[in-house]
Design a protein around this ligand. Structure first.
Ligand code: NDP
Length: 296
């Protein structure tokens, strides 16, 4: 039986619409315009594309976008001074420093210098701790997007067996925390996991976040399972450049109950969730009710 395809592109459009609605209300009822500051250090081409896309979508939902492009040789002191300035700027509700940073800059130090309440990437150690202890936090955008799609498809996730493949700080670990928060029974798999196929075969929900093209074959997937493919891998096949996930999509779609495609699945949700986090941060900063359905 062919799986339901979870359309992340369409879902992201509904998230952006909700965000735009809240932005309009914040402007009309409270005279507040949410603002997102994005800091880019250096000229990494992929980062430039991401930053442009984030800025464009921020403006499209009616928020202010503040872009700070710094030279690749920028000193740590200068970068920290900019972050301090943004932390103290009341028109800035969200701050994102585009990763990766040039080698001479300490990423952990930079992330942890962002005010936690403005940390819309959810990477600050305070937000990591709040999420791990089940408290209100800023939630990393990619896992938040995955959770929104899972909730939308299933309603309650309580009691389901979930396997997250990958244990990175930006995807795997927060994804596992979120699924635990939904009362799933969660297994985190990684490169040292013994018998990964067997672990994945037990799962009602599989989240693949590895970065290895099509590494999950159909015979790892339990019949009817929901498969969320976070991987983004650029490959060349039959002389053509192609984007594929960590899951072998077509055969897995024959066994799964629901599956996200690559492209058009998790990817579009990530920026939509960044906008959602910014509007949430703005509401919290102004002691206003948080938008429903846009947080974990
Ligand atoms: P990392 O490289 O930080 O983490 C990869 C994880 O996969 C590690 O925990 C690693 O295990 C594990 N792993 C590696 N090889 C295997 C294996 N053979 N079997 C099982 N586990 C393995 O990657 P990220 O979490 O940053 O990203 C993962 C993927 O998601 C990438 O393709 C990335 O491009 C994509 N991505 C997509 C986003 C989106 O918006 N859609 C956003 C962020 C990432 P170990 O810890 O043991 O080394």
């Amino acid at each position: 039986m062919a799986a339901n395809i979870i359309d992340g592109k369409a879902f992201a459009a509904t998230v952006r619409e909700k965000v735009a609605g809240h932005v309009t209300r914040l402007k009309e009822e409270h005279g507040i315009t949410p603002g997102l500051a994005v800091v880019l250090v250096g000229e990494d081409p992929a980062s430039q594309v991401y930053v442009r896309s984030k800025g464009k979508q921020t403006v499209e939902v009616g928020m202010n976008s503040f872009e700070h492009k710094l030279d690749a040789a920028t000193s740590e002191a200068d970068l920290l001074a900019l972050i301090d300035q943004l932390n103290n700027d009341p028109t800035v509700h969200g701050i994102l420093v585009q990763m990766p940073l040039p080698k001479h800059l300490d990423e952990d130090l930079v992330i942890n210098s962002i005010a936690p309440q403005k940390d819309v990437d959810g990477f600050h150690i305070s937000n990591v701790g709040l999420l791990a202890t089940g408290q209100k936090s800023m939630v990393p955008c990619t896992p938040l997007g995955c959770l929104m799609m899972l909730r939308d498809y299933h309603g309650s996730l309580s009691g389901m067996d979930a396997v997250v493949i990958g244990r990175s700080n930006i995807v795997g670990k927060p994804m596992a925390q979120l699924l635990l928060g939904e009362s799933c029974t969660v297994t985190i798999a990684h490169s040292r996991t013994k018998d990964l196929p067997d672990v994945v075969r037990r799962a009602d929900i599989v989240v693949a976040a590895v970065g290895r093209p099509e590494m999950v074959p159909a015979d790892w997937i339990k019949e009817g399972a929901t498969v969320i493919d976070v991987g983004i891998n650029r490959i060349e096949r039959d002389g053509k450049k192609k984007l594929v996930g960590d899951v072998d999509f077509a055969p897995c779609a024959e066994r799964a109950g629901a599956i996200t495609p690559v492209p058009g699945g998790v990817g579009p949700m990530t920026i939509a969730c960044l906008l959602a986090n910014t509007v949430t941060a703005c509401c919290r900063a102004n002691n206003l009710a948080e938008p429903e359905g846009l947080t974990a």
